[in-house]
Structures are given as C-alpha cells and as structure tokens.
Write a protein that binds this ligand. Structure first.
Ligand code: ADP
Length: 252
C-alpha cells in the first residue's frame, strides 16, 4: 500500500483572468520508506503538488489516498486531523515562531500533554544534535540548526509522510548533506519522504525523481507498482510519460 497516492488528479485555478491547469491528470505515489524528489521548472506545479499531497489544498478532480484511505473530500475538521496525525511539513523558510525556544517550537504541533511533549521534543532535538540548544530562540540558531528544528518539529507526531519544500535551499553543501542524512534516517524508519527541490544533491539522495512540466508529471508512480498492483498507468499513459521524460528539457 502506498503512503500517499494521487490518481488522475487535476488542479485548476480560476481566480483572476485565464484559468490555469496547475496539475494536469497527475498520477503520483510514494511508498513507506521511499524518498521522492520532485523537480521541474518554475511554474510547473511543484508547490501545487505539495499542497495537494499535504491536504493543504484539494484537487479539482481525481482521487487522493492516504495510507489507502480516500481523503479526496474531507471536512475541514477531518482534514486537519488527518494532517496532524499523518503528515509532517518542512517549509522552505522553516516557519519557526521567533518568540519560542527550539524545544517549544518542536513541541508546538503535538497532541501530547505538555510534559510529555517537551520530553519528546527534547529527545528529537537531541537526536538531531541540538540537545544543547533546547532553550535557544531561532535568532540564536544558524540556518542549518533552524532547518533541523523544523525537521524535528515535522516528526513530533510520528507522521507517515514527510513533505519538504526546498529542504536544502539556502544551506551550504555540508549542512545540506547533514539534512539529507537525517532524511535517510527518517526514511529508514518507514516514513515516506517527498521533497520539492532544485538541488542536484537532493536528486542524488532520492530513490526516485519525479519531474513536472506544465502540470504533467513524469515518473509519478513507482515502476514496479504498475506491474504488481495495476492501478494508474495500466492504460499506457505512464509509459508515454516516461518516454517524454527522456526527451524533456526543463530548466531545472
Ligand atoms: P511551481 O511550484 O513549480 O513554481 P506552482 O505550483 O506554484 O508551480 O504553480 C503552477 C501554476 O499554477 C502556475 O501557472 C501558477 O501561476 C498557478 N498558480 C499557483 N497557485 C495559484 C493560485 N493560488 N491561483 C491562481 N494560479 C495559481
């Protein structure tokens, strides 16, 4: 079973002038313990994909499944619960609250009681090498340290899926590599990781690279899944898209 899956998803925006098709019949899946990098030129639909995967935005058409359960059309409350229980986010600019300490930022999204939450947050930070920075505020942390706090926070509720937007953006190579090593560890614990990126290093670490061009995805579903489970791709569309991948240029 996939951790997260999109079947024939269309996302259309109609605000303002001409309607925009941001996702054009996208099939996408990520398995437990798999690390998928999403690449593509600016405007190709990467953020939209991440938002739809993360239940921050709904598809206009198509189906979305989380751990095999249909989560295409949930109420706001159901969506919030599903997101909190199963999905961790690492945003591009960390989104840490400046007035809270590292450990308070990590504990923030938790449903545990305050004592447990702090202990859990502290042990996560310790695991990320920040055990001696628990009570430092974001302004007292380096970019790489802030990113680690953001990753620790994304894991506080034991998510099935970790979604990251440019996780190594603006970080030096050494810090970027350290972040990717953390993703490896998270992955080895069975978490599905999806990262939107422009960084070749992230592509190198990823098990699979999914490419978007004008809202069309190439390599969205693991190849073996087509044969094993059937599902999207049976109609040969995926093959056509894979072939297109080899010819796509893309300015990534
Ligand atoms: P990327 O992340 O690859 O740069 P986006 O997902 O942000 O691409 O955008 C894909 C397309 O959808 C673009 O044409 C963009 O202008 C459009 N788009 C994204 N968000 C909105 C929105 N909220 N309203 C209208 N159009 C949008």
């Amino acid at each position: 079973m996939y951790s997260l899956e999109l079947r024939d998803v269309v996302k259309r925006y109609s605000s303002g002038g001409e309607p925009v098709v941001a996702l054009d019949h996208v099939d996408f899946a990520v398995s437990p313990g798999e690390f998928v990098a999403v690449v593509g030129p600016s405007g190709s639909g990467k953020s939209t994909l991440l938002n739809v995967l993360g239940l921050l935005d709904d598809p206009t058409d198509g189906q979305r499944l989380l751990n095999g359960t249909d989560v295409t059309n949930l109420s706001v409350a159901e969506r919030t619960t599903a997101r909190k229980e199963s999905i961790g986010f690492v945003f591009q600019d960390f989104h840490l609250l400046p007035t809270l300490s590292a450990v308070e930022n990590v504990a923030l999204p938790t449903a545990f009681d305050p004592g447990d939450a702090r202990d859990r947050a502290a042990s996560l930070l310790d695991r990320f090498g920040l055990g001696d920075r628990l009570d430092h505020g974001p302004s007292e942390l380096s970019g790489g340290q802030k990113q680690r706090v953001a990753i620790a926070r994304s894991l506080i509720n034991d998510p099935a899926v970790l979604l990251a937007d440019e996780p190594t953006g603006n970080l030096d190579t050494e810090t970027g590599s350290a972040i990717l090593a953390e993703f490896e560890r998270v992955k080895s614990e069975g978490v599905a990781v999806v990262a939107v990126t422009h960084d070749p290093l992230v592509e190198e670490y990823a098990d699979r690279v999914v490419e978007l061009t004008d809202g069309v995805v190439v390599g969205g579903v693991p190849a073996e899944a087509d044969a094993d489970v059937g599902g999207p791709g049976d109609d040969g569309v995926d093959d056509a898209r894979r072939i297109r991948r080899s010819t796509a240029s893309g300015d990534r």
